[in-house]
Ligand binder design. Structure first.
Ligand code: FES
Length: 369
């Protein structure tokens, strides 16, 4: 019998996979039925939401072409089940997490285990009577890493470890100390914006020019390119690419001293992985300027929309001013969405070596006569 997704998923050390919480040693074997409906996505880890937003109140999450019911059970584990009750098809996200930590349908009260998808309770059964093992919904492996909870969409394919570099947390200790703020207490900002553009174009725009796409030119630069991207690291088959670029940027710190906002160059590094669902943009560390890092999670919803979740951390000189400016740029969602949509439109016509690395052209073979 083929193993289920929940049985085969592997996660990086220190992350929280299904069924391996301290309170659930030896989680029951999953009985996830084969998915009848595909996500229409590449096999990858895809963001379900910010970790902090996922609670014991189930919410519907559209991931590709499928709707999932996402919630946190009483053991603190994030669960993702197909959002359709097998009884009368009511969305399970309209239900509740019951006293046993099961996701209970709001219609007739059938309740499902969040890690296996197995129906564990039917209210009108006699005491001792158990639901059939054939009553189940699809359950998907979930990990929490960095600021996001991610779901694996690869079915029975063995899941690779979820990227651990999103968990970079605060900028370097040295930067925080220069700023006078205690190390480990960085200034952070998080949010979500929905963009009317296909996922691939949004990912390309962020890889090519994150400062322009996010409206954060003073943090990562957004001007004309000074140097071609320098590839730092590349995993096989475009699984992860890390590129470094130099771009023109304003030295915002000088505005407070009524000095000219001089233009200079600043390097930033962009890492993209997991099918283009996760990005990390980091500004260079310099003694005179703040250091910034933004983790981005891209969730395709349908074919033409993308939910972009971001988590920005800033430390160092001028960090407060930079964060206030970032709040204005990123939290006015209409403007932020329009900026990303325009960048995504432009990305369709931009030739960039970094984009070519994550979307390698299919090799064509020629046969001689
Ligand atoms: S529709 Fe869910 S229990 Fe009946």
């Amino acid at each position: 019998m083929p193993s289920s997704p929940a049985q085969t998923a592997q996660v990086a050390p220190g992350e929280k996979p299904h069924g391996e919480s301290p309170g659930t040693p030896g989680a029951p074997a999953a009985r996830t039925p084969p998915a009848r409906q595909s996500f229409a996505l590449a096999d990858a880890w895809w963001p379900l939401g910010h970790r902090a937003e996922i609670t014991t109140s189930p919410v519907p999450v559209l991931l590709g072409a499928r709707s999932l019911a996402v919630y946190r059970d009483h053991a603190g584990i994030v669960c993702a089940l197909a959002d359709r009750c097998p009884h009368r098809r009511l969305p399970l996200s309209l239900g509740r997490v019951n006293e046993q930590g099961l996701l209970q349908c709001g219609y007739h009260g059938w309740a499902f285990d969040g890690r296996s998808g197995q129906c564990a309770l039917i209210p009108n059964f006699r005491p001792g009577e158990k639901p059939s093992s054939r009553i189940a919904v699809a359950a998907f492996p979930v990990v929490e890493t960095g600021p996001f909870a991610l779901a694996w969409t690869g079915g029975t394919a063995t899941a690779p470890p979820a990227p651990g570099w999103l968990d970079g947390g605060a900028p370097s200790r040295a930067a925080a100390e220069r700023d006078g703020s205690p190390a480990g207490c960085p200034r952070t900002l998080a949010g979500t914006v929905e963009v009317r553009a296909p996922h691939r174009q949004v990912a390309d725009a962020l890889l090519v020019n994150p400062g322009a796409a996010l409206g954060l030119g003073w943090l990562f630069g957004s001007g004309d390119e000074i140097a071609a991207p320098w590839v730092l690291d590349q995993k096989p088959d475009g699984a992860a690419v890390s590129v470094r670029r130099e771009r023109l940027t304003f030295a915002v710190r000088r505005i407070a001293t009524y000095d000219r906002a001089l233009r200079g160059s600043r390097a930033s590094t962009v890492t993209i992985a997991s099918g283009g669902s996760l990005l990390l943009v980091e500004s260079d560390t310099t003694p005179a300027l703040h250091q910034a890092r933004v983790a981005l999670g891209l969730t395709p919803t349908g074919g033409y929309r993308t939910v972009v979740r971001w988590h920005l951390t800033v430390a160092g000189p001028g960090g407060v001013a930079a964060l206030v400016a970032a709040r204005v740029a990123l939290t006015r969602s209409t403007r932020a969405a329009r900026r990303l949509e325009q960048a995504a439109d432009r990305s369709a016509t931009v030739a960039d070596p970094a984009v070519d690395l994550i979307h390698p052209e299919p090799t064509t073979t020629t046969t001689s006569a």
